[in-house]
Design a binder for this molecule. Structure first.
Ligand code: ADP
Ligand code: MG
Length: 676
């Protein structure tokens, strides 16, 4: 017996026990080698006129024998001499394929698309096999040789028999291991079935370019005998047929213009288990330092589990038509987790595990490019097929917003322009850019209101107040919305007509344009402002002064009201934001937390717990409302009970407008009835 080299032994152990996390890939590795062997024969025949290779005969075959516990992978490729068996299979991490590529690189350049390159794939067979026997006859040789090993110490090479050139790799599977002490067992016998082998071929090797054939058992009806009577029951019999299991042509390698949309859609539905056509298909070929093909799909609707913990994002990663990973998560950012597809690069190595992939620089470069492509495709859909985009956004918009929020606003540059919000003025979904474009020249911020019901928001006095001033208000109805806006703080609108602060500058600019100059443009930084929080800075100087004076004048009343409300509000004041609105009072907030955000947090996983941050509420009164007059009168009459009653009612009804139930609904109802 010939011994494996010491390094080889160590490597073999490493191989079998840790490089591959997944035992079933052994079949993929052996098929890849078979495909390489056929490729090499093919390649040689192209450069050597004396060789005659019948293209139609080139194939890979898989067979199994349940009793002998063997799986055989055969090819009619280039085969190996005894020397080559020694060199390629006796030394781990020696790749005959890599050598072949280098040797032939000059004559063919990059045209050789061979999978192998590391010289370890073959040994993955030992993950499932206790013995591996390789019978090989090199092309042009008269004799065959047999390499055999148990994958532990060494191997033997002896003369053998094979009718024609090519290789058979015969695995004798390990014995099954029963699970014990909570440890999972190993069921190697499961590979000994037509179904299991077909499934593995389809999963990992579906696009290998040579037919992968298997004898399969089929059933057919026996011919009806001549003398069959009226009560004849059809009889069936099993028969064997050679079937090609793989589909061979990878659709992502074809050029876009050569593929019908319908074919892309079929591929998408079959591969990613969707019933609906995808909304978009993106296909591109990247050249340069890193070459790869990408075929991406934006689904037509969200999978049911998209927003659950179990959902796994990722693209299928292939290397030269062979699947390496079903869902490579590093290829798409979280906010594009809905994108499905395939990336195939000969430059990414087959023998890669999850851990090494993560640090793979090439992979990161691919991921960056893919992200850009998805973004630009979504932009294109937004601009040119708005209806489809709105449907897309309904399904996946939440994820995009969450992407901004989760990055603390860092991803706003990439994602903000993909967002849509309901415009109270336009009565439709608009982008932030569209909102800014429609703004009157004197508008200085983007206004929004947040709550769960659009209709209710549209009627809120703080919203109608801003609308009445001629400014649009975005109505945000998803819980993530306001958190997204807060993480962005501002929206940068690109290339807006410049706003001139003083009259002279404006006139000078207008004159320049009249003389033929291009109008000046600027990026405008617009604050995102909740119409129900803080100072909106919309009131005129007069309105502000009036409100301040009234607040000061009635400070006794407001102190009493604040006391009546306990710790619920931090301030009671006359409002400067209501304009001509006739609502008697509104609740606004100061500080970073709005009422809506408070609501969302209370609903969240932490729940309504002690010590949770709360919105700092302000009860703003409408100085022009008759109710205000009544309050003042009660205070002046020294009727403290009445002041208290009215205050409670005003506060509760203002909360109701915000969609928040009064703390004590029964008392509220009782008080209302009393007044009636
Ligand atoms: P790699 O495929 O990365 O080169 P492997 O460990 O899978 O490494 O295989 C080692 C070498 O053994 C291959 O490079 C090839 O030269 C040779 N080999 C393996 N399987 C076959 C086969 N079916 N026919 C011909 N040569 C083979
Ligand atoms: Mg290989």
């Amino acid at each position: 017996m010939r011994q494996f080299k010491t390094e080889s032994k160590k490597l073999l152990d490493l191989m079998i026990n840790s490089i591959y996390t997944n035992k079933e890939i052994f079949l993929r590795e052996l098929i890849s080698n078979a495909s390489d062997a056929v490729d090499k024969l093919n390649f040689k025949s192209l450069t050597d006129d004396s060789m005659h290779v019948e293209q139609g005969d080139l194939a890979i075959r898989i067979a199994f024998d349940r009793d002998a516990r063997t799986i055989t992978i055969s090819d009619n490729g280039i085969g190996m001499t005894a020397d080559e068996l020694e060199r390629n299979l006796g030394t781990i991490a020696h790749s005959g394929s890599e050598e072949f590529k280098t040797e032939n690189a000059e004559s063919q350049g990059d045209a050789i698309d061979i999978i192998g390159q590391f010289g370890v794939g073959f040994y993955s067979a030992f993950m499932v096999a206790k013995r591996v026997r390789v019978v090989s006859r090199a092309f042009g040789a008269d004799e065959a040789n047999v390499w055999e090993s148990d994958g532990l110490e060494g191997y033997t090479i002896e003369p053998g028999e094979r009718a024609d050139h090519g290789t058979d790799v015969i695995l004798t599977l390990r014995d099954d291991v029963a699970g014990e002490n909570g440890e999972e067992g190993e069921n190697y016998s499961r590979y000994l079935s037509e179904w299991a082998l077909k499934d593995l071929v389809k999963r990992y090797s579906n696009y290998v370019r040579y037919p992968i054939q298997m004898m399969v058992t089929k059933s057919r009806q026996k011919p009806k005998p001549e003398d069959a009577g009226d009560d004849y029951q059809p009889e069936y019999e099993d028969y064997q047929e050679l079937e090609t299991v793989n589909s061979m042509t990878p659709i992502w390698k074809k050029r876009r213009e050569d593929v019908e949309d319908a074919d892309y859609h079929e591929f998408y539905k079959a591969t990613f288990h969707d019933f609906e056509d995808p909304a978009r298909t993106i296909s591109f070929h990247a050249e340069g330092a890193l070459e790869y093909d990408a075929l991406l799909f934006i689904p037509g609707r969200a999978p049911f589990d998209l927003y659950s913990k179990d959902y796994e994002k990722g693209l299928a990663l292939y290397s030269s038509n062979v699947m390496i990973m079903e869902k490579c998560a590093d290829l798409v950012p979280d906010y594009y987790n809905f994108v499905r597809g395939v990336v195939d690069s000969a430059d990414v190595s087959l023998n890669i595990s999850r851990e090494t992939l993560q640090q793979n620089r090439q992979l990161r470069a691919i991921a960056r490019r893919i992200e850009k492509r998805i973004t630009s495709d979504l932009e294109d859909m937004r601009d040119n097929d708005r209806e489809a985009y709105e449907k897309f956004f309904e399904s996946f918009g939440r994820g995009l917003k969450y992407g901004i929020y989760a990055s603390y606003g860092a991803k706003a540059g990439e994602l903000a322009d993909l967002l849509l919000f309901w415009s109270a003025k336009e009565q439709k979904m608009v982008t932030l850019a569209e909102y800014v474009k429609a703004m009157p020249e004197d508008q200085k911020a983007i206004y929004y209101a947040a709550g769960d019901d659009r209709e209710r928001l549209a009627k809120m006095p703080v919203v109608t107040g801003v609308l009445a001033r001629g400014y649009d208000v975005l109505l945000l109805t998803q819980d993530v919305d306001e958190f997204t806006f807060q993480s962005m703080r501002e929206y940068v609108a690109k290339d807006c007509p410049k706003v001139y602060e003083d009259e002279a500058a404006r006139e000078a600019a207008a004159k320049a344009v009249a003389d033929g100059a291009e109008p000046e443009l600027e990026d405008r930084h617009l604050e995102l402002k909740n119409v129900a929080t803080g100072d909106l800075d919309l009131a005129s100087e007069d309105e502000k002064k009036e409100a301040e004076e009234a607040t000061r004048e009635h400070s006794d009343l407001f102190d009493a009201m604040k006391e009546a409300l306990g710790g619920n509000v931090q301030k009671v004041a006359v409002s400067a934001r209501l304009g001509e609105n006739d609502t008697p009072a509104v609740i606004t907030t100061e500080g970073p937390l709005s009422l809506e955000m408070e609501k969302v947090l209370k609903r969240g996983p932490e729940g309504d717990v002690e010590g949770m941050p709360t919105a700092q509420r302000v009860l703003e009164l409408n100085g022009k409302s008759p109710v205000f007059g009544k309050l003042v009168a009660a205070q002046e009459a020294g009727d403290a009970d009445k002041v208290k009653l009215y205050t409670g009612l005003l506060y509760d009804q203002a909360l109701l407008v915000e969609g928040i139930l009064p703390e004590d609904p029964v008392a509220f109802a009782k008080n209302v009835c009393e007044l009636m």
